[in-house]
Design a protein around this ligand. Structure first.
Ligand SMILES: *Cc1c(COP(=O)(O)O)cnc(C)c1O
Length: 205
């Protein structure tokens, strides 16, 4: 890792942001040693994304090793895979993401389950992912709310799965449209001024 990071830093100055995504920090927390932290700090690795799926995985040892990485000046992020029966519940996700921000780890992405053989029983429907997102946004601290993502479909990269809080509606007198926004609790407000030059890209519902 020392060698690879050294090569990137010396030969690829156009790489401005170096991040490492790994489940190792959770799976084998003792791998995070003082020596490893020194390597990451020396090569100015800006971010380490860890992978936690359930608050039960946050152990005292994990907290301690996360702190070591943070002391090396590393921004910490969290990625989670949405798994049926493991974390497809608003309560579990709220707890996971609040515990995560509490230790200074910013929830970044929630991924849909990869369509891989043997993992079908973990698949959470996209509709449910939208509901889970709605159970977070506005209900817990904003920095604790990650972006929900579907990855690997049609080779299009990451596709955000986020509910729309804005909608365009036809005016009753047929003179045009108005824009309505709703808050996290489902209350709606019209945007007379802000909505004026506002035109939503046409999306079929
Ligand atoms: C997720 C992913 C990235 C990183 O995407 P960001 O949106 O920048 O976090 C890059 N390459 C591949 C293949 C990925 O799956």
């Amino acid at each position: 890792l020392d060698e690879i990071l050294g090569m990137i830093r010396s030969r690829a100055p156009h790489v401005r942001f170096l991040r490492i995504g790994s489940r190792m920090v959770v799976q084998l927390s003792t791998r995070v040693t003082a020596e490893l932290c020194a390597v990451l700090e020396r090569h100015r690795v800006q971010m380490v994304n860890i992978h936690i799926n359930h608050p039960k995985e946050i152990t005292p040892l994990l907290r301690q090793r996360v702190k070591m990485l943070q002391k090396a000046g590393i921004m910490m992020g969290l990625q989670t895979v949405c798994l049926k029966g493991v974390n497809d519940s608003v309560e579990v996700m709220r707890e996971l993401f609040m515990q995560s921000v509490e230790m200074g780890v910013r929830p970044y992405y929630v991924y849909s389950t990869d369509m891989v053989e043997g993992a079908h029983h973990f698949i959470v429907p996209h509709r449910r992912m939208l509901e889970l997102y709605e159970g977070l946004r506005g209900w817990i601290s904003g920095p604790a709310v990650p972006t929900f993502i579907v990855d690997g479909l049609g080779g299009l990269g990451k596709l955000p799965i986020i509910p729309s809080y804005v909608r365009e509606e036809a005016l009753p007198d047929g003179s045009g449209t108005t824009v309505k926004c709703r808050n996290y609790a489902g209350k709606t407000v019209e945007m007379p001024g802000l909505g004026q030059d506002f035109s939503l890209p046409s999306v079929s519902n």
